[in-house]
Design a protein around this ligand. Sequence first.
Ligand code: GRG
Length: 299
Amino acid sequence: MAFDAWMRQTQTGMEAALDRFLPAATSIPARLHQAMRYAVLDGGKRVRPLLVFAAGELFATPLTVAQRAAAAVEMIHAYSLVHDDMPCMDDDALRRGKPTVHVQYDEATALLVGDALQSQAFVVLAEAGAEIGAEIDSARQIVMLRLLAQASGSLGMCGGQAIDLASVGLNLSLAELEQMHKLKTGALLRASVLLGAWGGKALAPAEIEALEAYGTAIGLAFQVVDDILDATADSATLGKTAGKDAADNKPTYVSILGLPESQALAEKLRNDAHQALAIFGNKARRLRELADLIVQRKA
Ligand code: GRG
């Protein structure tokens, strides 16, 4: 199947899975559940689920397990966006072309939406194996739960966000900027790859190493490209204020390296990602295509 068709099919399947794994809009407390669904459904590129499925294909992960792992990662991602948009953090009014959750509902609801999505992610992943056709070894399932928890917590995404908040107005070195992004956005992207793989079979150390190198490269590439898009695109294209990080006095790859060097870095990281996959040969085609998508994306 061509990459575009595979991507659209995976995104459509993901929408249905997320709909199924989120509490119903009518279940009590209905307003909280409606706000959770508002935050997650009908929007986003679903890059993390695509990574789960691409790695899952490589390791013959059962569809039901991949769906749960992908939904869990996407719920953590959606929670992070809801909290990141709140007035105490980035204070954004628009996300995915819609009013942010605290604007559409209220701040207290946005806080609870993030909290509840985080919990729901672990419920969904913990229930993998409970349904017919989802064969998963419980030891591997615990590895997956730990991977997601670590990637989300203070040594992963939350830690990166803390460093980001503390970096406003500072002159970070390139190494410090990289460390921040490795945690803030890289940890969850890397975890998506590993979760997709662990859902299938026990991994050999060389396979884990290769997937980690790939995940690290695409995680950084994602952020470098985000900074390039932020610096170059107009606000209508992005659904956010162009150049917002720079305007907020936050260091970015473009502010430290300049545009041409940032573009060269994104290309280098794409090559690193491809090289990391060499041990898998042609079977890693989807992961290679996703590295290309991450570097070539326009939004
Ligand atoms: C609040 C705990 C906490 C963490 C927030 C990831 C994050 C940490 C904040 C997001 C801020 C941000 C806009 C970072 C730039 C890179 C990024 C993660 C963009 C949004 O991800 P996409 O492009 O979004 O995958 P979609 O909407 O396509 O899912």
